[in-house]
Design a protein around this ligand. Structure first.
Ligand SMILES: [Zn+2]
Length: 329
């Protein structure tokens, strides 16, 4: 990482608050700079990395990353908190849904990436190896692209190593989540989200979700801000009292995509965070004259993790996801 500009505060790496921009070392990423705020305490301690804007329309999480910059006092903290508010820089002002416009890849499903890959692959590799490397915890914040509404949830990766899994779960439980999703070890066999890629190197990372439809919401912003502060307390970076979290009403370990059976307008009858029973009607699909073309039923009992909000949808596209409660561990 090479600092390219300093807006305010101390020099990068010194005690205090740094705000500025940097370039990653990988030449594939040379056309872009990234914003960075790093708050470094006067006492040594853990390093916490926080990012948002892998999906640029998930604005409540981006706003949370901006507010967090003012909530750590270098005189009263141990270690450092490093914040990149928008990871997907090529998508800024393009409002790209899900993907990075340079290569059309979803960064969120591309970790750990590769040094000599496409732009998104190089970016994932640089985020992990140039920025997150050596951090005690990495939190990547998300929440509701332009056509979706998500429940409040956190994701961590299980590895089969009991000590690591318990530590990752404790971090995920710092958020006031409706659902805590523990991905099974199988996920580590293919590219995925930061929690999965970091678990491969025995580094704890979580992904957090709260938001909908590209809207700013104080409740969704607070979910992220309070959760990150609770993680900082758990790590020993700050000493203030934790805010209460429901500690994940439901620990889930598998999820099922429910696809639209036919082109049409989907009218949902369930909301994210709610429980559905196997066989329960989730909604109906109508044609442009209002005639019901098909009905959609729950393939399993579980919680609605998120759902699509724009009614118009093609056959085979995802309508929503159901997550099933964990039975063990
Ligand atoms: Zn997202």
């Amino acid at each position: 990482m090479k600092i390219t500009d300093q807006k305010t505060g101390c020099d990068y790496g010194e005690e205090g608050v740094f705000r500025g921009t940097f370039r990653f070392d990988n030449p594939i990423l040379a056309d872009y700079t990234w914003p960075l705020c790093e708050i470094r305490g006067t006492q040594p301690g853990p390093r916490l990395c926080v990012s948002a804007g892998v999906h640029v329309n998930e604005v409540s999480s981006i706003e949370a990353s901006i507010r967090l910059q003012t909530l750590f006092d270098p005189e009263k903290m141990r270690g450092s908190v490093s914040i990149i508010p928008v990871i997907n820089q090529p998508a800024v002002h393009k409002y790209s849904e899900y993907v990075c416009p340079v290569d059309g890849k979803n960064i969120n499903h591309t970790f750990p990436g590769r040094t000599d890959g496409t732009f998104s692959e190089a970016l994932c590799d640089a985020v992990l190896n140039e920025w997150v490397k050596g951090a005690d915890c990495y939190i990547d914040m998300h929440g509701g692209d332009l056509k979706e509404k998500v429940s409040w949830f956190t994701i961590f990766q299980r590895t089969g190593d009991g000590e690591f899994d318990a530590a990752a779960r404790n971090i995920a439980m710092c958020f006031n989540s409706e659902i805590v999703l523990a991905l099974g070890p199988d996920y580590m066999k293919r590219p995925g989200r930061p929690p999965t890629a970091c678990a491969l190197r025995k580094q704890v990372a979580i992904m957090t979700e709260a938001g909908s439809n590209g809207l700013l919401s104080e409740d969704d912003i607070s979910f992220h801000v309070e959760g990150v502060l609770n993680v900082a307390r758990l790590l020993g970076i700050i000493d203030s009292q934790p805010t209460s979290a429901t500690n994940g009403r439901s620990l889930c370990d598998s999820y099922i995509w429910v696809e639209c059976p036919i082109d049409g307008d989907f009218h949902a009858e369930v909301e994210p965070g709610s429980i559905v029973r196997q066989g329960q009607r989730l909604g109906s699909v109508c044609d442009i004259f209002g005639e019901v073309l098909d009905e959609v039923f729950a393939p399993a009992t579980g919680f609605v993790l998120w759902r699509i909000t724009h009614p118009s949808i093609r056959k085979g596209d995802a309508l929503l996801t159901i997550v099933e409660e964990a039975h063990a561990g």
